[in-house]
Structures are given as C-alpha cells and as structure tokens.
Design a protein around this ligand. Structure first.
Ligand code: SF4
Length: 422
C-alpha cells in the first residue's frame, strides 16, 4: 500500500486495518465512563482508572489498587487490559540517545527514541522548550560528521549518564509509512497498519516509566516524528494528543507534529483547539525537486501546502517550523536557499536544517559542511531564523529518517542494553 493509501488524505485511515480492542490505555474519561458503566460501575470508578492509567502509569490491572479486587477480576474476565506497548529491545548511542523497539499486542513493532537534552529541534519556535534550547549550538561540520564542534564542548554521552535536565521523546504513529519519501528508511517498510491512540501515547508512558520521569518536575518534549505520517492516522493521533495533555500531563506547547504535507490533515489541524506545534517537512525549494524526493508533492504541491499552513491560527509567539533535509547536490545549493526564502517570506516561520542521515540502500549523499553553512547563512540573512539540528543517535540508526525496526543482528555495532526477545 503506497500512494493508494493516501489518495483520500486523512480518510486513508479507514483503509488501513486497526488491531482488535480491549486496551484501556488511550481511552479518555468519557470513554472510560462508558466502559465502567457497562460493568455496572459509577462514574467515579472511571476517574480512578483514568488516574491509574495516566498519572500512575500502571502496567497491569493488578496495579490499579484503587479498584476492588473483584472489579479488577471482572474487568480482566471481560477482556480489558492496560495495553501498553512492550519495550522488547533497547539500543544506546554513544551520545546517550536510546532507541526502543516497541511491540504491540498483535506482535507489530515500531521504534521510539529518547534523546536526553534533546536535539535542538525546538530552538526558535517561540515555545518554553525553545528557551531551554536557546544556548544549544550546532555547526555545519558537527551536523555532517557527528563529531562535537568547537563551540560545544559538552560530552553528550557523559551528560546522559548523569541523568537528564530535559529530554525529547520521538514517537511513531504508524507501523511503516505509505508516503515513500525517497531519502527515508521507514519508507522502505511500506505501510502495515495505523497505531491506535493508546499505542501512540503508550510509547510515551513506557519510556517515561523506564526513566522514572516525574511529570511536572522533569521537562519532557514530544515530537511526532518517528515512523509514519501522523496526518494519515489523524483521529488516533489527535486522541493520543488529548490523552497526553489531559492524562499524562505534557503541555501541548511541548509537542511538535511533523507532516510530509497531507493537505486535509493540515486543514483539520488548523481547527483544533488543543494541538501540538506544527512542523512541515519541506525538503525542497520547488515542486520539481520535491516531486523527485517526496512523490506526495504530485498530490499536494508546495503552494497548496503553504496556503493551508498560513491559514492556521497561531498562538502567541508560536512559529511554524519548516524541516529541510539537506541532500548533497540535490537541494543544498544557494539557488535553493534563495527559493526557500521566497517561499517563506512574510511567514512566522523558522527553518530546521537536517543533514541527511545515511542509510543502507538509499542512494543520496550527505551535503558538504561548507554548503550547509552557506545555506544557513543565506536564510538567516534573508530574515528566517535557521537552525541546524543536532544529529542524535546516528550510530544506532535512531536519527531522523533512519527508523526501520533495525534489530541487533543487522547492525553489529549496536550496543543493545535491553532484552532482545524477537
Ligand atoms: S520521512 Fe516521514 S512521511 Fe516520509 S516516508 Fe519517512 S516516515 Fe514517512
């Protein structure tokens, strides 16, 4: 299933099979109230389950000690379970990034990434998280080679060992992806199915539990930038956002969703009252180049996408992020920078430059550090705040565009620190 699945935009989710129900995780208070009423229980029992799921982040019904044992047994007999994804493999990068293989109830797997101290992706977007990242400095050479630069002498691996001051979790929204961006390893998987809201938000809960994160004290940012296109699984993605905000307690201002440019999704997103910040994966300065590297452009071109993005009512100090993966010799030249400037003129926009992360079977090249530096300089000179994203976890295939359910056997260099039970 490739372009077929996205012909109808967000309606594509109807065409992709969903797993069988029975999981409580992902249900909001209204749905839990209905579930508990079906078991002959009063509404306050729904609130107890809600708190156990999202505040205490329990892994099994046995841990919901606010419910009588008989009720827990009744729920189990009726087929209800918590339904958190299972973390079946963990790989750790020298920079402290961790990549997890998460297994769902039906055996499907996706990847989730933990980046202590983030990757600088929030810089300049007007949010609270951006202020924390404002001192983060990444230069072109570091982004290409992965070696620490002269400005930033921090030892990211050692820092991560000491704990974390803040962290970013990158979440998947689908098993595989239908969008077929030519530079992305996830695209090679094709699409297998959508994740449910519980499976999306459940990745966050599983990672928070692993690191003993205390919400309200520890600063956590979420990016919906893992496997899949969130706007092709729109209703589950938005339900997961509500659960993450209202249940787990992550402020919406600390969440960013990235789309490859699903027009109906952007239009629906513009009408949401509670929503993450938006990042559009632009990656090209004109439709000709974009069609080549992102075939979805044939359906919705850059002009249509920018029109829809401009129609989103932004909150105070909110800016839209444009992600731009730099592919050597393809989209990284001065003429491309000039075209990007023309596209974004007048918008509350910032650009995140991402040096392409190599992957097996993908025939692109990394840009030259000098080209990255010139590209950034030209956009900055044109008045667009432009940042270079820090490559995190490239050595364990956890960086942008590298998520493809890599298991240890395929990549002997991986330091696998969790149980590999595949
Ligand atoms: S970059 Fe994102 S939208 Fe494009 S194929 Fe990869 S996962 Fe899908």
């Amino acid at each position: 299933m490739t372009m077929e699945a996205i012909k109808t935009g967000i309606d594509a989710e109807a065409a992709i099979p969903m797993p069988p129900g029975g999981a409580l995780f992902g249900l909001g208070l209204p749905e839990l109230t209905v579930v508990m009423a079906g078991l002959g229980q009063k509404p306050y029992r729904a609130r107890q389950v809600f708190d156990a799921l999202y505040k205490q982040r329990v892994a099994s019904l046995d841990e919901v000690t606010t419910l009588p044992i008989a009720l827990r047994e009744q729920m189990q007999a009726a087929g209800w379970q918590i339904g958190l994804p299972e973390m079946v493999q963990t790989a750790k990068s020298v920079d402290g990034t961790e990549r997890y293989l998460m297994r769902m109830a039906d055996g499907e797997t996706v990847e989730t990434v933990w980046m202590p101290d983030g990757d600088g992706g929030e810089r300049g977007d007007g949010s609270e998280a951006a202020v924390e990242e404002s001192n983060d400095r990444v230069d072109a050479a570091e982004a290409v080679t992965g070696q620490l630069n002269k400005i930033d002498k921090r030892n990211w691996g050692a820092l991560a060992e000491q704990g974390f001051r803040r962290a970013t979790i990158c979440i998947s929204s689908q098993v595989g992806c239908a969008v077929n961006c030519q530079f992305c390893l996830t695209a090679k998987l094709g699409i297998r199915r959508n994740l449910t809201a519980g499976e999306i938000a459940g990745q966050v809960a599983a990672v928070l539990n692993r690191h003993g994160v205390k919400m309200g004290k520890d600063r956590i940012n979420l990016v919906f930038m893992g496997m899949g296109e969130p706007f092709l699984n729109y209703s589950s993605f938005m339900q997961s956002v509500r659960v993450l905000v209202e249940g787990i307690g992550v402020p919406e201002s600390r969440m960013t969703v990235s789309t490859s440019g699903i027009l109906p999704g952007i239009e629906a997103f513009a009408k949401e009252t509670v929503r993450p910040k938006l990042a559009l994966s632009l990656n090209a300065s004109n439709d000709v180049v974009r069609e080549r590297i992102m075939p979805i452009t044939r359906k919705w071109n850059i002009g249509k996408l920018l029109e829809a993005v401009k129609a989103i009512p932004l909150r105070t100090r909110e800016w839209v992020t444009f992600e731009y993966v730099l592919l050597g010799g393809v989209n990284d030249q001065p003429e491309h920078a000039r075209e990007v400037l023309a596209l974004l003129r007048g918008m509350a926009a910032k650009v995140n430059l991402i040096v392409w992360n190599p992957g097996p079977g993908i025939d692109y090249h990394q840009p030259e550090p000098a080209d990255v530096a010139v590209f950034q300089k030209m956009l900055m000179a044109g008045g667009i705040p432009t940042y270079i994203r820090r490559p995190r976890g490239r050595d364990i295939y956890a960086a942008c565009g590298q998520l493809k359910r890599t298991v240890a056997e395929e990549s002997p260099k991986l330091v696998v620190i969790g149980a590999a039970v595949l």
